[in-house]
Design a protein around this ligand. Sequence first.
Ligand SMILES: [Fe+2]
Ligand SMILES: [Fe+2]
Length: 206
Amino acid sequence: MNAQAPDLSAIHEFLLCPTPDAWVQAALAEPELMLVDHANCEKKAAGTALNLMFRYVDNFELLNKMSRLAREELRHFEQVLAIMQKRGIAYPHISASRYAAGLRAEVRSAEPGRLVDTLICGAIIEARSCERFARIAPQLDEELQKFYLSLLKSEARHFRDYLSLAQKATDEDIAPRVQQLLQVERELVEGGDGEFRFHSGVPSRA
Ligand SMILES: [Fe+2]
Ligand SMILES: [Fe+2]
């Protein structure tokens, strides 16, 4: 398994904390719910990229990278869907965790801060997804383990793309802003959450 996993040290150095063990236990206790929310995450990731493509039509690098990213996320969505279908897992509507909304609440309203923050949040969400896929993969059945490890490479690239687009969107050094948003992310990940979700904090009802 480890031989297949790419080097994630940049992602581990970037994030301020590892995923708490309690989240891993909750994920293992509710594998079907994890897949349903994972499917939603892939859909939302594609949606975020498409929204950026509608808002910033003058930025050709962003348009290219987001177009490719959206296609990859939709491909991931199809892969999750295929696994759910094969396993007879239903796809109900479920509420979103507070994670993405909590990060989005921090996004500044005036440009270029709005774009910079949205891209930094994208980088953080990709980094956390990657960290969680790698963290949980060794404990899953063979099919899911292979699938989750196969996602690591593209999610790690999405993390790097978002971060470099964020730095290119402003003349200022984004590092202090990245640290501020990472601090918010750490609180969301280490704080308690009512329901288990792919990006939830520590679930109170595991
Ligand atoms: Fe994805
Ligand atoms: Fe991604």
